[in-house]
Design a protein around this ligand. Structure first.
Ligand code: GLN
Length: 484
């Protein structure tokens, strides 16, 4: 039996029953990485102390110490989550050699629970993109077909989890970067409510939208991992101060009889592939079969969401990325004449095209004369979107849409039409702008055999409801295996 094919929940049980050791689990994943990484190219950095850490956990388990359910389980992280002593690059030349002096809040949580970090995963540069094509280092490949992108920006996470190179992963989602790669690779991608997981130590892209979340193989693992990372943190000013239930243990009660599901059918038309629509409709039929009630809802401001998202996220990025000036962190140009020349050359050489495009757009929409015309208007649209969601959630408990208008696309497919690529974020950015939780789960395959996914959104802090619906669906529909 191959350990790397198992879920975290299964491995955790086996560990406690002494059917395997943490060293054996870690070795199984390391072997898999050795064998398969040349096809996937998911990792930027692989840690060298994995087996030592696993031995420590095995020793504690042998002594009968009471450890967290996830102790001894390996996990991989998107390379924008700060890890003390482990290079954290954001897939950028700018941070190519940056070693953080501290751990992100979530990393501390993982370590305290005895989890073992296997390494740092590829992504789009500074989380800007939908394919990992903007990474300075490499392109990650879709485990279902290497000619296709794994999605992005957390493409390394989704590809590693589905190809069996990671049991679990943490990614970040600003406008869909967890949900979209999960959809392209057939994984479960979960973006919780803004403020429920601390952003302390997550390298900022757009702070009012950035959210750490999980990419796992199934819903149980999602609940198990989310249990561990949610919670109040005084180091993040936007962290929510509240109590959270035990999501994992409550999953088994997943009766969704009478659950009201809202569907904004108006968005199922333009630019959404027939196959995606068909698979979502089939999934809705399954949910109806187990007792859900379907309502048609309207979210009229969604049509402005992509524009508002790119204005707001670029504005915040232009400010957040001002810190990379060659003085404080990361890359500095070799030859320069004076300070201003040093700044210019450092930033011109250190950032890739997509990052530069966003910084320029951000500076433009914040500049005097254009602020009201663009930034202010985008902020107003954001409020309208929130308001419409609030109203919709009076009529329904959850909202279902496709996660993405198509299945995975080929490398290079969008290089001449970025607007089209941006517009494809239509289903994921509304939840980001509103701050509400959202989960993407596999619900079918395209004619090319690539995964298709649906997105389930709920009101703020309704994570338990989302996980229950997702779990109920998964039980009926099944979950994809890890790759051979
Ligand atoms: N595709 C979106 C973008 O490029 C997603 C980014 C994200 O969520 N980090 O901005």
């Amino acid at each position: 039996m191959l350990l790397y094919k198992k879920t975290a929940a299964e491995l955790s049980k086996m560990l406690r029953n002494r059917e395997c050791s943490s060293v054996e689990i870690c070795n199984s994943f390391l072997d898999r990485i050795k064998q398969n990484e040349k096809n996937t190219e998911a990792y930027i950095t692989i840690c060298d102390d994995i087996i030592d850490k696993a031995k420590e956990i095995d020793k504690m388990l042998a002594l009968g110490e009471k450890l967290h359910a996830l102790a001894g389980i390996p996990i991989a992280l998107k390379d924008n989550i700060s890890t003390k002593g482990i290079r954290t690059t954001c897939a950028s030349k700018m941070l190519q050699n940056y070693i953080p002096p501290y751990d992100a809040y979530v990393v501390k949580k993982l370590k305290d629970a005895g989890m073992i970090i296997t390494g740092k995963l590829n992504m789009d540069e500074f989380a800007m993109g939908s394919s990992t094509e903007t990474s300075y280092f490499k392109k990650t490949h879709n485990p279902y077909d290497p000619d296709y992108v794994p999605g992005g920006s957390s493409g390394g996470c989704a590809a590693a989890v589905i190809s069996g190179e990671a049991v679990l992963s943490l990614g970040s989602d600003t406008g869909g970067s967890i949900r979209q790669p999960a959809a392209f690779c057939g994984a479960v991608g979960f973006k919780p409510t803004y403020g429920s997981v601390s952003r302390y130590g997550l390298i900022a892209f757009a702070s009012s939208l950035d959210q750490i979340g999980t990419i796992c193989r199934d819903v149980s693992d999602t609940a198990l991992l989310y249990n561990l990372i949610c919670g109040y943190d005084k180091m993040d000013a936007t962290s929510a101060r509240r109590e959270y239930p035990n999501f994992y243990s409550r999953l088994s009660d997943c009766n969704i009889n009478g659950m009201r599901i809202g569907i904004p059918f108006e968005y199922f038309k333009e630019n959404v592939s027939e196959e995606v629509i068909q698979n979502i409709l089939n999934a809705i039929e399954l949910l109806k079969y187990i007792g859900a009630e379907i309502y048609e809802i309207s979210l009229p401001s969604t049509k402005y969401a992509v524009n508002a998202y790119y204005i707001i996220s670029s504005a915040e990025a232009s400010s957040n990325l001002a810190r990379y000036d060659g003085v404080r962190y990361g890359y500095r140009t070799k030859n320069y004449n004076n300070l201003s020349d040093m700044y210019t050359k450092t930033r011109s050489e250190g950032f890739g095209d997509e990052v530069k495009r966003r910084i320029m757009l951000g500076n433009f929409v914040l500049s005097s004369g254009y602020y009201d015309k663009y930034y202010k208007k985008a902020s107003d649209i954001r409020l309208m979107i929130k308001y419409e969601f609030n109203n919709a959630f009076k009529e329904c408990d959850i909202i279902i849409t496709p996660t993405y208008p198509t299945s995975a696309f080929k490398f290079g497919e969008h290089k001449d039409n970025l607007t089209k690529l941006y517009n494809n974020d239509i289903f994921t950015v509304p939840a980001s702008l509103a701050g509400i939780p959202s989960i993407s789960i596999p619900c079918g395959y395209s004619s090319k055999g690539l995964p298709i996914a649906m997105q389930i959104m709920g009101k703020n802090f309704s994570e338990m409801t989302l996980l229950k619906v997702a779990y109920a669906f998964e039980k009926l529909y099944g979950k994809p295996e890890r790759m051979e």
